[in-house]
Write a protein that binds this ligand. Structure first.
Ligand code: FBP
Length: 266
């Protein structure tokens, strides 16, 4: 499909790689995630977009609120599923509708994103949601990014390589155009994850902020050497004291293959 190809090329740059800034945490975790200076979304987005980051991933309301910052400066991925941590605990393994494909198109999105918690007791509901999103997105030539997260009472270790591979394979077989998944802890195991994706681009999910940012940059380097196409990162950027420097470092590793020790100098 031409539209899908064109839009994907706005996210995965000419080298086929991408650094995406995720900023949907206000709903997923609540405002407690944000350092006081980054409570204003425009401020942090200005810093990150100013680095030349390849794309931002936002919920529809946030994208509308901050459009003056990102429009025409970076690519836009609209996430249309979410959940709060205010829910009863047993329902936190369910992502709900947070907008429609048409909302994403109206906002000028280059792709749409939705989470599937593979293995959750609500897997069936999220699959129905995923396929209803995908059906409309296909019609408009909008690529679908799946946050393929193995999670739920039956998942003992969501970072276990066999579990991550299962989620990634399920994402491939459910027609994802891009897949975001967890780091499995080593280059070798992540190479297995990339292999089961069978050519569908894999982006590493950032995860909680690391105490030592070098540890995060080393993970980025490892996933790139394992054959991934990039990263989708939130907290390791907006909770860092120098968010722009952190994005520049990640960009240098992803696009230029720079060593983390050199990249951190940004
Ligand atoms: P991070 O880099 O901060 O982990 O952001 C990626 C992301 O998937 C966000 O899109 C989402 O809000 C959050 O992580 C989910 O976090 P959790 O793993 O705690 O559910």
């Amino acid at each position: 499909q031409v539209g899908k190809k064109v839009r994907l090329s706005r996210i995965l740059k000419s080298d086929g790689k991408a650094v995406v800034f995720a900023f949907d945490h206000g709903v997923e975790h609540g405002p407690k995630d944000f350092p006081p200076e980054h409570i204003d979304p425009n401020k942090i987005l200005e810093k990150v977009v100013g680095t030349g980051v390849d794309a931002v991933m936002l919920l529809p309301g946030m994208a509308a609120l901050t459009h003056n910052v990102w429009a025409n400066k970076t690519s836009l991925i609209i996430k249309i599923t979410s959940k709060t941590n205010l829910r009863p605990e047993d329902q936190r393994f369910l992502q709900s509708v947070f907008g429609y494909v048409e909302d994403a198109i109206a906002l000028g999105a280059d792709a749409i994103a939705a989470t599937v918690y593979w293995g959750s007791q609500y897997e069936d509901a999220m699959l129905s949601l995923w396929f209803s999103i995908r059906e409309v997105a296909e019609r408009y030539g909008l690529p679908c990014l799946q946050l393929a997260y193995p999670r739920g009472p039956a998942i003992k270790n969501m970072y276990d390589v066999e579990i991550v591979k299962y989620g990634v394979r399920a994402a491939v077989e459910s027609g994802a155009d891009l897949i975001k998944t967890y780091y499995t802890g080593s280059k070798e195991t992540f190479a297995e994850v990339v292999k089961v994706a069978s050519g569908i681009p894999i982006l590493m999910s950032g995860g909680p902020s690391r105490e030592n940012p070098m540890d995060f940059l080393r993970d980025v380097k490892n996933v790139m050497e394992a054959g991934a196409q990039g990263v989708v990162v939130g907290r390791n950027v907006f909770q860092h004291k120098n968010p722009s420097g952190m994005v520049k470092a990640i960009m240098a590793i992803v696009h230029e293959g720079m060593e983390p020790e050199d990249a951190i100098k940004f």
